[in-house]
Design a protein around this ligand. Structure first.
Ligand code: AMP
Length: 198
């Protein structure tokens, strides 16, 4: 099964992609995590986009994604890709997608969630200082990595990223067969609804 999870920043799509991929034994491919982990001479270029909330160029992310898809011998969940219609069309030429899950929240909810978000530097796991705190402050529950606030999670960049989401990413929903889930519910409830829809 090949799935795409789409949603505004803070909708919980990364958290849900992790839960559902583990349940269904699928690869979880987060393009944001892949980009944050780029090493070597590409790192400076990639950081110049992601640190200010801009999308990296399509050719660059496609190259990284194709490499990752080759490593995945089972089905997958794409988390953070495609981000615009060009990427969606390129993906359509490469591989079939069974379903798109749209996890929806309002911009107001998104800003509230993201500005209290903390992420693991090591494994990319995401926590929320208010609604989903780690068991030990500053330490990842899953891998014991260090938790930090991403540069692009500051309010001014969150607003910019939401604008990109509405203008560039949302139109993808017209290309695929998608189902909408209310992302402003308990994590377990959202996961349960996704599984029901699948
Ligand atoms: P995310 O963790 O999904 O919020 O992604 C963080 C940042 O990585 C985004 O704001 C973009 O700068 C970059 N990024 C992630 N996925 C893509 C993509 N498919 N195309 C272009 N840029 C991306």
């Amino acid at each position: 099964m090949n799935l795409i999870f789409i949603g505004p920043q803070g909708s919980g799509k990364g958290t849900q992609a992790k839960i559902i991929s583990e349940k269904l034994n699928l690869c979880h491919i987060s393009t944001g995590d892949l980009l944050r982990n780029v090493k070597g001479n590409l790192k400076e270029e990639v950081d110049s986009y992601i640190n200010v909330g801009k999308l990296v160029p399509d050719e660059l992310i496609l190259k990284i994604l194709i490499k990752e898809l080759k490593k995945c011998k089972k089905g997958f969940i794409l988390d953070g890709f495609p981000r615009n219609v060009t990427q969606a069309q390129k993906l359509k030429d490469l591989i079939d997608i069974n379903k798109v899950i749209e996890i929806n929240i309002t911009d107001k909810q998104a800003i509230k969630r993201i500005t209290s978000r903390i992420s693991c530097k090591n494994c990319g796991a995401v926590f929320n200082k208010i609604t989903n705190p780690p068991k030990i402050e500053g330490v990842c529950d899953s891998c014991k990595g260090k938790l930090y606030v991403r540069d692009d999670d500051k309010e001014e960049f969150v607003k910019k990223r939401l604008k990109i989401y509405h203008n560039e990413t949302e139109p993808i929903l017209g290309i695929y067969d998608s189902v909408r889930i209310d992302g402003f519910q308990e994590i377990d409830k959202v996961a349960q609804e996704i599984l029901e829809k699948l």
